[in-house]
Ligand binder design. Sequence first.
Ligand code: NAD
Length: 258
Amino acid sequence: MNRVDGKVALVTGGARGIGGEAARQLVQAGAKVAITDLLEPEGEALAAELGNGTIFLQHDVTDEAAWARVVGETVGQLGGLDILVNNAGVWERSVIEEASVEQFDRICGVNLKGVFLGTKHAINAMKSRPADADSASIINLSSTAGLVGSSTSAIYSMTKGGVRLFTKSTAIEVRARGYNIRCNSVHPGATESAMQDDILATSNMTAAEIETHKATRTPMGRFGKPLDIAQAILFLASNDSAWMTGSEMVVDGGYTAR
Ligand SMILES: NC(=O)c1ccc[n+]([C@@H]2O[C@H](COP(=O)([O-])OP(=O)(O)OC[C@H]3O[C@@H](n4cnc5c(N)ncnc54)[C@H](O)[C@@H]3O)[C@@H](O)[C@H]2O)c1
């Protein structure tokens, strides 16, 4: 189950958090992985730890020339591109009345432009795959914030809602053009990571209130762990999800079920 033997994956924002765990799971399931991130020391260290040919490429997902370079280097060094995980993302607390255009551009730049550029360059590298081969797989990190609204981060929610529909359009468009590519989104609920630490640190909750919040936010009684999300990413990367495209996989401990 969930094997990706011999496949090549590129994981953006893969130096830590959900992306780092996705890279680890993909390597353990047999893939050759290119980790890309702004964070060079962390990315280099993780690539060395994972071994098995894992490479790290420094990369800003908002930069189109950088996308051409990292996709080219991945194909050149690892032999192709079968799986793209558009994971890099940023979260900022925002109040609509006070938010600046600079903040809007910052959040949209990474969360929307980054996903668009990654998809554009990956399609180019994936589109010549034969119809009878396993489909290439593009996996986009949306969020529960792309499904329901938020009182603290409307711009972030806007980007994650955009990722949800961009995913569905990508899924339909690539098939209409005859390409053997699938595209799905993953919607994590609150998951332990540096991003989540920032969300909690700017929440004005006391340490005790944060513990209560973690225990009561979801029916499952806890926050997610990067592994909870990475296992969904691995499933969508593998051929076990061969008939899934344009779908939204919600991994949120039941948060959006009530
Ligand atoms: N942690 C959560 O609660 C949660 C919930 C729902 C969705 N998500 C989404 O999951 C994804 C991963 O989040 P995480 O929690 O692991 O966060 P994280 O902050 O731990 O990791 C995000 C990574 O993206 C990288 N990054 C940021 N801007 C970049 C850029 N311009 N170019 C390249 N890399 C860049 C960061 O350096 C970092 O390594 C994000 O898209 C996030 O929005 C997270």
